[in-house]
Write a protein that binds this ligand. Structure first.
Ligand code: AMP
Ligand code: TRP
Length: 327
């Protein structure tokens, strides 16, 4: 029996090469090894205010980008979270067994609520319970995520264990899977901060749908330092981040890359890096154009996937309700 992978991605902001290298590519590469469910988490997106039209369009765009990146609908399920109501229902139930203190420790909530003080919803606080519901409904074994989401997978395990020990074995305890290299691609304008979909400054991220000239301009402007040597040195976050991006796209070894650029300047390296990225994402952009040429294709695929998954979600939820004496 193959293990079951579940992962989710929010349909907000613009998908960038950090998402691609840190998450999507790993999902694509491990599709044959596992059974896979990928979820466009629109219910997580609304934990902060969203424009309804934009949100609906972004959910389809994200699904299209995942397919274009190589998520194969024959090997993986791909669906929209809000299409399966059981996610909300299980999230409510999990709320009722999750201590406030566990939630209060979540660093993502602390960071996000600090940024938007006057506008912090209960949903934003409760975000991890919904994420736990996503994962536990399908009895997932493995949850591939970036480093930033590890804490949410850990609270999912704690919630599942608490449920199991209170009401009897019900949930499989999932494991987080964190990629080693590229787990954290940093912002081009500020290499001390994670490249983020919600960051709006022009030179922060290379987007998966950026045209070649935009990519060249962003890479040439990327923040580095006043030193010269092109070396993988974590203490020099700007050049280190660019080198990691180069490494992940070319699959060349660090030694090989360093020797290629011995005696060369940052400008030479950046020019090459821009071309490496452009070539690296060209197939994704071409496939995206193909897929979106038929506007009904993505929606029909998402609907069919939800239809196949709903019975699995219902089975888990029914068991949960029976164990708790509700329904
Ligand atoms: P998000 O953009 O926060 O919705 O994250 C979607 C997926 O991409 C998650 O698995 C994240 O951990 C991953 N991810 C987001 N930003 C980065 C980044 N800068 N570097 C690597 N992975 C990332
Ligand atoms: N919170 C995750 C993120 O922002 C997205 C997510 C929602 C998720 N539900 C999930 C990831 C379930 C893995 C499993 O990246």
């Amino acid at each position: 029996m193959k293990k079951l992978v579940f992962s989710g991605i929010q349909p907000t902001g613009n998908i960038h090469i950090g998402n691609y290298l840190g998450a999507i590519q790993h999902w694509v590469n491990s599709q044959d090894k596992y059974n896979n469910i990928f979820c466009v988490v629109d219910l997580h997106a609304i934990t902060v205010p969203q424009d309804p039209k934009v949100l609906r369009a972004k959910s389809r765009e994200l699904a299209g980008l995942l397919l274009a990146s190589g998520i194969d609908p024959k090997k993986s399920e791909l669906f929209i979270q809000s299409h399966i109501g059981e996610h909300c229902e299980l999230a409510w139930i999990l709320n009722c067994i999750t201590p406030m203190g566990w939630m209060q420790r979540m660093t993502q909530f602390k960071e996000k609520s600090e940024k938007q003080k006057e506008n912090v919803s209960v949903g934003l606080f409760d975000y991890p319970a919904l994420m736990a519901a996503d994962i536990l409904l399908y009895q997932a074994d493995l949850v591939p995520v970036g480093e930033d989401q590890k804490q949410h997978v850990e609270i999912t395990r704690d919630i599942a264990q608490k449920f199991n020990s209170t009401y009897g074995e019900t949930f499989k305890i999932p494991e987080p899977v964190i990629a080693e290299v590229g787990a954290r691609i940093m912002g081009l304008d500020d290499p001390t901060k994670k490249m983020s979909k919600s960051e709006t400054s022009q030179n922060h991220a290379v987007l998966l749908l950026d045209p070649p000239d935009a990519i060249r301009a962003k890479i040439m402007r990327a923040t580095t330092d006043s030193l010269r040597e092109i070396k993988f040195d974590e203490n020099r976050p700007g050049i280190y981040n660019l080198l990691v991006i180069y490494e992940l796209f070319t699959k060349k070894s660090r030694d090989e890359i360093e020797s290629m650029y011995e005696g060369k300047g940052y400008a030479d390296f950046k020019k090459d890096l821009a071309e490496v990225i452009i070539e690296g994402i060209r197939p994704v952009q071409e496939k995206y154009k193909e897929i979106t040429a038929d506007p009904a294709y993505i929606d029909s695929l998402l609907t069919k996937s939800a239809e196949r998954l709903r019975p699995i979600a219902q089975k888990t939820l029914n068991l949960v309700k029976e164990r708790m004496g509700i329904g």
